[in-house]
Design a binder for this molecule. Sequence first.
Ligand code: NAP
Length: 281
Amino acid sequence: MRALITGAGGLVATALVQHFHDVLALKHAALDISNKAAVDEGVTRLSPDVIINCAVIGVDDCERDPARAQRINVDGPGYLADAAEGIGAAIVHFSSNYVFDGKPVKRDPYTIQDEAHPINVYGRTKLLGEHAVTAASTRAFIIRTSWIYGPGKENFLGTVAAKLKRGEPVQAIGDTWASTTYVADLAHRVREIIDRKTFGTYHVVNDGVCSQESFARCAAELAGVPPEVADRLIEVVSEASMGREAPRPPWTPMRCLLSGQIGLAPLRSWEQALAVYVATH
Ligand SMILES: NC(=O)c1ccc[n+]([C@@H]2O[C@H](COP(=O)([O-])OP(=O)(O)OC[C@H]3O[C@@H](n4cnc5c(N)ncnc54)[C@H](OP(=O)(O)O)[C@@H]3O)[C@@H](O)[C@H]2O)c1
């Protein structure tokens, strides 16, 4: 199977590359997915069996520039799906827990039977991107995932254990909860899903629910930081106090219905995945 990965400079793409023998990984500079002519030419020339789109712009960038969000999160995925369909290839497109509004807090984890109702530009464009892909392709895997961490990305989840181990203070949001996803687990599961050839919408996350605060406390314990030191280093803050451009939905844990139907068990718990990450990075 030949895979073409777009947006290949990012976190998810970097982990995915290792799961394919025959893989063409194009970074932003090599293929701008919002350029339809370039997408058509590249896909036709490279003739992959599956296109895996990892290109995206971030949550607050979307809020600052909705037109760019539309081009990268909606139009580009549509062009890729259209080009894939033209050569009989499948497409994998990633979406997000932020398609949900996250209310009420402590409701059951979201499944694909729950109505999407995004509250920020990122979530709205991710949902429209899903629609653009499924409208153009009869061979689409939509993978909704959530709060991803892994090596090489400077986000809270990926860096908190190392910071606490070095004795650095961190601010951890305590009033927003979701599923987290270790990127190695995500990449492995995406390959399993592609191989099973059941198209549809998947929720791929580690099992369980956490906040940045509970994640940080667990990371501290796994990194061997004594509880009284962790208490001093972890400053619990509210989402509102962060002053970020885009509002975040407060409660977006997810659960997969389709994985169970094709014989794939839920991914290991977030605590187990974090333990592996902390022990190996
Ligand atoms: N990270 C998370 O916590 C999370 C959570 C839920 C869902 N997801 C989804 O997972 C997927 C992958 O996310 P990620 O975290 O791996 O993203 P990432 O690390 O931010 O990487 C995104 C990549 O897309 C590239 N890109 C931006 N505009 C492009 C364009 N027009 N054409 C081609 N490439 C372009 C970027 O390159 P430049 O930097 O050079 O522009 C960057 O290398 C996305 O669909 C995202 O919505 C992520």
